[in-house]
Design a protein around this ligand. Structure first.
Ligand code: NAD
Length: 490
């Protein structure tokens, strides 16, 4: 496994020699030591990316040429799918089947953007303008050097969502993974190297947010910041970026609602509620962590949900049959414990889970937890927990459900369960969220836009919208008349 910094096509020791331990959250054992980049390392990486963009010609390559590299990367990820999945489990804690899903998706993301890169070659558009003495053409060009900063919940996949479209567009990248889950991003460096990506086009720096992350954010040679992470850090990044008008795209947190009407299929509703909050231990930005159930169905649904939640097999993500692994870190475990204790003190009732599973002495395990009876203005109903904790409340009418669902500063995702198509259309239109699921929760497609309303972020990743993040739009206007312009010179 790689442990150094990947700068300008080479593996290098950090300038300060600083390293940090990587801990397996299932066992609490140290599994690796990785480098912590300093400001000096960041400067070198950014200058390499600048040179690769401005002088070495990456920005001048055709989309077809870039697609070759992207497809090679996709292929190499697929060839190492099992190995990378195991790395992801040991680093992040997620169950192995989920990790396989993520790594396969990451490969698919590189393939998808290879296709869009090829389409860029013929994407110039001729415009008719109001004065026939002029011809106007619009072309898309790569934006420049991208600083990509990603979180720990989907380590390789979040990196792919940024690196693949940025390279497809013709940008160069400095990627910083989360300090607690950097291993798969380092392997992406090894894969890019094997794919013979030119030096400086992709640089990967492990390290802390406050040093390496901050140094990327303030570096004057970075043109664009692509960030996924928490709201407070996103807000700080936006404020820093404003100083030199860097482009910014932000994918932040959420407290997404899932509304269940009483005509919904009960078993399907329970299954999707569970998938919406227990997948990846609930450490999902789009987790449907606020569930609203029509009062006529509420008691029956709650009983089924609590019963099924208690049955989930908890354990090391590498063990067969495990569907809930440990939380990613001790800090995250402490945060989830504190959120549930705070909710109980404020009057919420635990109907399933609510503590560490019996018999788990080591590892950051927490039971799948169902909470009820919390107030609408309570912390637990309004704030992201980022753990396997779902809040359930009854509602009476469609109007009430929509009002309560929309009463949030977030707007990443929302879901509605009903057999009534007219109602699902009405409600999905009324929900103020960037992603709305009908009769499901969480499915995500590389082709479809991903991002939030309100404080859940700015911009969209994935699909053709994800490519737009890394492109500038240039107007090229020609004077084509045989007549002189004749303003000053008659
Ligand atoms: P975080 O904001 O603490 O860290 C995210 C990344 O930012 C890490 O790489 C971190 O090192 C870096 N960072 C921290 N401080 C920084 C600074 N001052 N300058 C530059 N970089 C800095 O978030 P996290 O705890 O890693 O991730 C969890 C959060 O991410 C949750 O709020 C979750 O909702 C959000 N998230 C959102 C999406 C989405 O698509 N909307 C996806 C995944 C996670």
């Amino acid at each position: 496994m790689q442990s150094k910094l990947y700068i300008d096509g080479q593996w290098v020791e950090p300038a300060t020699g600083k390293t940090a331990n990587v801990i397996n959250p299932a066992t609490e054992e140290v599994i690796q030591t990785i480098a912590h980049a300093s400001e000096k390392d960041v400067d070198q990486a950014v200058l390499a990316a600048r040179r690769a963009f401005d002088k070495d010609g990456w920005s001048q390559t055709t989309g077809k040429q870039r697609a070759v590299y992207l497809r090679r990367i996709a292929q190499l990820i697929r060839e190492r799918l099992e190995e990378l999945s195991v790395i992801e489990v040991k680093d992040n804690g997620k169950p192995l089947p989920e990790a396989r899903w993520d790594i396969g998706d990451a490969a698919g993301c590189f393939d998808y953007y290879a296709g869009l890169a090829e389409e860029l070659d013929d994407s110039d558009v001729a415009l008719e303008v109001s004065d026939e003495r002029f011809r106007c053409r619009v072309r898309r060009e790569p934006l420049g050097v991208v600083g990509a900063i990603v979180p720990w919940n989907y380590p390789l996949l979040m990196a792919a969502w940024k690196v693949a479209p940025a390279l497809a567009a013709g940008c160069t990248v400095v990627l910083k993974p989360a300090e607690i889950t950097s291993l798969s991003a380092l392997e992406l460096g090894a894969i890019a190297h094997q794919a013979q990506l030119p030096p400086g086009v992709l640089n990967i720096l492990t390290g802390s947010g406050s040093v390496a992350g901050q140094a990327i954010v303030v570096h004057p040679e970075v043109d664009k910041l692509a960030f996924t992470g928490s709201g407070p850090v996103g807000s700080r990044i936006m404020a820093e970026a404003a100083k030199d008008i860097k482009r910014v795209s932000l994918e932040l947190g959420g407290k997404s609602p899932l509304i269940v009407f009483d005509d919904a299929d009960l078993e399907a509703a329970v299954e999707w509620i569970m998938f919406g909050i227990f997948w990846n231990q609930g450490q999902v930005c789009s987790a449907t962590s606020r569930v609203l159930v029509q009062d006529t169905l509420y008691p029956r649904l709650l009983e089924r949900l609590a019963t099924e939640a208690r049955k989930i097999t908890i354990g090391n993500g590498l063990d067969e049959g495990v569907l809930l692994g440990p939380l990613v870190s001790k800090a995250q475990y402490d945060q989830v414990c504190a959120a549930v204790e705070q909710a109980k003190t404020a009057g919420a009732r635990v109907v399933a889970g609510g503590e560490r599973p019996a018999g788990k002495v080591r590892g950051f395990y927490y039971q799948p937890t169902v909470l009820v009876d919390m107030a609408l203005d309570s912390q637990v109903w309004n704030e992201e927990i980022f753990g396997p904790v779902v809040c359930v409340r009854p509602f009476a009418t469609e109007a009430e459900a929509v009002t309560v669902a929309n009463d949030s500063r977030y707007g990443l995702a929302a879901a509605v369960m009903t057999r009534d198509e007219a109602r699902s259309a009405r409600v999905s239109n009324a929900l103020r969220a960037g992603i709305v699921w009908i009769n499901c929760s969480q499915p995500t497609f590389t082709e479809a836009p991903w991002g939030g309303y309100k404080q859940s972020g700015i911009g969209r990743e994935l699909g053709k919208w994800g490519l737009d993040n890394y492109l500038e739009t240039k107007q090229v206007t020609s004077y084509v008349s045989d007549e002189p312009w004749g303003w000053y010179i008659k």
